[in-house]
Write a protein of this length. Sequence first.
Length: 435
Amino acid sequence: MESAEPNPRISIRNVSKIFGRHPGRALEQLRQGSGKREVQEDTGVVVGVYDVSFDIMPGEIFVIMGLSGSGKSTLLRLINRLHDPTSGSILIDGEDVTRMGSRALRSLRRRKFGMVFQSFALLPHRTVLGNVEFGLEIQGVPKGQRVERARQVIETVGLAGYENKFASELSGGMRQRVGLARALAADPEILLMDEAFSALDPLIRGQLQDDLLEIQEKLGKTIVFVSHDLDEAIKIGTRIAIVRDGRLVQVGTAQQILAHPADDYVSAFVEGADRTKVLSAEQIMQPLRVAANPKDPPRILLRKMERSGFGGLVVVDNARRLLGYLDLGDVSAQRDRDVVDRSSYRALPSATADAKLGDLIQRIHAEGSPLVILDARERVVGVVDKSTVLAALAQADSAAPPDAQLAPVAASRAEAGAQADETHADALLNEEKTS
């Protein structure tokens, strides 16, 4: 019996935020189709976000991204009601925070949320340990307990040994780690991170992204991360929401958004994405439609090679587990035998279906091709070779969605390869018939 889908940790339902007087008039104009700028010029208000709805699941790193002024930071602050919505509802674990009084809201923020800002916001007169335990101190946690907890999270973020240093003695990356540790100290279920790494240089930013992924693997928090950096969103995001002029344009995985952008704005937004970090083996591989079985006689193997699209056959057992590889020469040399000797099987490198194109390129360069692609149960599902990779790289610059482009390219390449192998296989079969 399949387990039920988990309930959303955060549900945003038709949320709008209008800053200024006469929000009702502004909302009415927006409903009638007026744009953000037009409404602002006519009413004097600022449209933060308009009619946004999405769910965030437990354990996700959900990235909200857009250009400056798109409403991404406003959305983040609406989640824990640092901004009150003009309309709509915000549910945290099914509880509508828009209906909470101030006392219940304070309690919710302390129990559920941690927040990391772009500015480090550290207290200069306190040490690293003092900054990290500060939130626990406000909550009235006893001294010994909060110090122990602070030391634990300081170690988690990689700052063990720096407990007695002051902020002025730390690098920018280390200060941001202190900010992250302070947010984690209260063990919140939800982390809200507003452009947390954007003030850092690229090298340090990359290291902190890696640290965040490692921490997330250990702790499994729900993280809402605001960013304007597409590569950052692709690297860390479970899913990405793209906003423009206060409206939600598209939500999906990086692969979904790159393959099927919702409109020209999204297409332009993701145009510069490094697809070698996004496209996976599953998206570019040729499905393994023809495979060799250890019991197949050479005649059957030669026939299968006519349809394989490769210069050989992947050998799998009845459970589709990889046994090796046979090329045309291996089979032709043993065409008089009942079955091909297993000592002829050649070892093949393998990769998982979620392996990224960049990793596949490095593997093929180092280990050769083809690469056999395995699913989560280690069954063979496809093959990637040099031609497949070249097709993926060539089509990444085209206008059509990547997955729509790659299928016909791979198919035409397979057809050409099959025709070449078919000529050789037919010659061998004819020779066998006349001998």
